[in-house]
Design a protein around this ligand. Structure first.
Ligand code: F6R
Length: 608
């Protein structure tokens, strides 16, 4: 949801800002802009469309001199993508320039107020009020100014601000939108995310809400809302630049799909010791687990589908009722929560606005909080009682793949851990499942080695108008994810259905040639799936089935069968999702879609 970057130092700022924005383009890509101080002026250049247009306009930044500036890549919320609505926004006097990620909820009231004070608005954005408000309050001290601004604005923001009168200062602040500070040698940075500055520094500050940072080229100071200076620990990033590069792959998405064996291993291995699960990061005692009467898993999109798998697995192994809720519903529906409730939040970014709000709501009502998060130090991680990190590394493609696989692994770990504590699974059972869990990375690699077969199916069916994904039990949970992947990157309409539910209405949509992807990895539901396949075949569907090796009976019913290596059926989702991700990917490629940056989407939804 918009990416911001800022630089102050000795080098030319514009090329650094543009390079940084390239790394943040996954956050929004409908327009971009930069503001760079030079010769007693703040020069602003913006362009509607992909960053490339701005990059070309500035010849990679070369034709915009100056050593301090801010940049922005936009995902429109208020006002259509256009040059004028692009950031940075400036005050009428041109003294202040602002980049913003988030939403200023009371912008209409502030706009009226500022118009009354003689300010003229040129854009439809909420952000422009910040530029004028900062100008209105500016008294020669940027920290005072920011404090006054944030006392007036409501909503979420990460703000980067420069001022014509202050060529040696860049200020920034955040609330409910991510912002980090990069610490260099005679240069400093701000950014929405680490990859934007990683080629320059590994040393960063993770800002908390309403901490205000003043950057000079050789000094960084952080203040609270009372203008008291705060000391913070430097966080050192331990992954390298190549983790956020394509590394020879055509798209980030296929690179990230192929990284899954490693990601699963990295998430699981450090938590396995002597045939059991050790989650040092989670402080739930046996008494705690015994006292939990109800679990909510709360997340958005793909993360919520990982939660669906979690529900099946936790209910089976821990015998505690689990409800999966999308965060945007959970936060407003007054859920029944008390201190015997455990709320598990799942989030790759750790910044999703609805998931973060759900966390705060659950906490307020006394629930215990456990979050499964990928981005270290993100808001959800920091505000949770317990955090289980997924070690997926940076996920750049907008469509989530490796984070989902890591989230599944985390769900298995949590279920086994809680089951052992509660005594609902024996040590022997846990040891057995762990043995299977250890085989998952190699089995995923094995499926990836045969990806050409899936590419072939995609080449045959990329023109499909509608695709139905069917499954029962855990296969239904994975069908939801497969269907989301297909629609979000290839724009093919698709639906996931619990296979037994189809005949209660939706089967009316199946006609001659409709593509159905039927997941049949669950042994105890296999015969039921065969019947469901027969039902859709009888209405003319073409069926691609996914089954475990050895279940050849399915060949009699389905048109094509993709076999997966045998695995404990509880763990099958970790394998079943792989061909579905690949299918979505190859369909999108065959259709010529922008795989890593699908239309209308952005990674990390930090607004409601
Ligand atoms: C889909 C996708 C989204 C995210 C969702 C939650 O491929 O990526 O559905 O899963 O926006 O994001 P996080 O996990 O960052 O909270």
């Amino acid at each position: 949801m918009c990416g911001i970057v800022g630089y102050i130092g000795d080098r030319q700022a514009a090329p650094i800002l543009l390079e940084g924005l390239k790394k943040l383009e996954y956050r929004g890509y409908d327009s971009a802009g930069v503001a760079v101080y030079n010769d007693n002026q703040v020069n602003v250049v913006k362009a509607k469309g992909r960053l490339k247009i701005l990059d070309d306009k500035l010849d990679g930044g070369k034709n915009l001199p100056g050593t301090m500036g801010i940049g922005h890549t936009r995902w429109a919320t208020h006002g259509a993508p256009s040059d004028v609505n692009s950031h940075p926004h400036t005050s009428s006097s041109g003294n202040i320039a602002v980049v913003h990620n988030g939403i200023i909820e009371n912008y209409l009231k502030l706009r009226e107020y500022l118009i009354g004070k003689g300010y003229e608005f040129v854009s439809d954005t909420d952000t422009e009020v910040v530029a004028h408000l900062a100008d209105y309050y500016y008294n020669g001290d940027l920290i005072d100014t920011i404090i006054k601004v944030i006392n007036r604005v409501e909503g979420s923001y990460a703000l980067g601000i420069v001022c014509k009168d202050k060529p040696d200062e860049l200020v920034a602040v955040r609330k409910d939108s991510p912002l980090i500070v990069g610490l260099g040698e005679n240069e400093n940075f701000i950014a929405s995310d680490i990859p934007a500055i990683l080629e320059h520094t590994r040393n960063i500050y993770l800002l908390e809400d309403k901490e205000i940072v003043l950057l000079k080229k050789d000094e960084v100071k952080i203040f609270n809302i009372d203008k008291e200076e705060i000391k913070k620990e430097v966080f050192t990033v331990n992954w390298d630049v190549s983790a956020a590069e394509k590394g020879g792959y055509e798209h980030f998405m296929i690179k990230e799909i192929c990284e899954q064996p490693k990601v699963i291993k990295d998430t699981v291995s450090p938590r396995l010791k002597d045939g059991t699960i050790v989650l040092d990061d989670i402080k739930l005692t046996k008494e705690d687990v015994d006292s939990i009467k109800k679990i909510y898993i709360v997340a958005c999109g793909t993360a919520s589908y990982a939660g669906m798998v979690g529900k099946y697995v936790i209910e089976k192994l821990v015998r505690i009722p689990v409800e999966v809720d999308v965060a945007s519903e959970f936060r407003y529906r007054n859920p029944i929560i008390d201190q015997d409730t455990l709320v598990i939040l799942i989030s790759q970014s750790g910044e999703t606005a609805d998931t973060l709000a759900a966390l705060r709501e659950a906490k307020k009502q006394g629930a215990r909080i456990l979050s499964v998060v990928n981005v270290v130090g993100s808001s959800i991680a920091r505000e949770s009682d317990n955090v289980l990190y997924t070690w997926a590394g940076p996920e750049i493609a907008v469509a989530s793949t490796k984070a989902y696989s890591a989230q599944l692994a985390a769900m298995y770990l949590i279920a086994l851990y809680m089951g052992l504590k509660k005594g609902t699974v024996s040590e022997q059972e846990v040891e057995n499942i762990i043995e299977h869990l250890k085989t998952i990375p190699d089995k995923v690699a094995n499926i990836l080695n045969h990806k050409e077969k899936i590419q072939y199916y995609a080449s045959q069916y990329f023109n499909a108008k509608d695709v139905f994904f069917l499954g029962r039990g855990l296969d239904y949970a994975v069908a939801l994810e497969g269907s989301l992947k297909l629609k979000e990157i290839s724009y093919v309409h698709s639906e996931a259905y619990a296979a037994g539910e189809l005949k209660h209405g939706t089967i009316a949509l199946i006609e001659q040639g409709t593509l159905v992807i039927a997941l049949a990895t669950q042994e105890h539901l296999f015969d039921k799936m065969l019947s469901n396949i027969k039902e859709v075949k009888a209405r003319g569907a073409v069926v691609i089935a996914v089954a475990q090796e050895g279940n050849t009976e399915i060949e009699k019913e389905a048109d094509f069968v993709l076999y997966l290596p045998q695995v404990d059926q509880l763990l099958a989702p970790s394998l079943t999702v792989i061909p579905l991700q690949l299918f979505a990917y190859y369909v999108a490629v065959a259709k010529g879609c922008d795989v890593d940056k699908p239309r209308n989407l952005a990674k990390s939804v930090t607004v409601e």
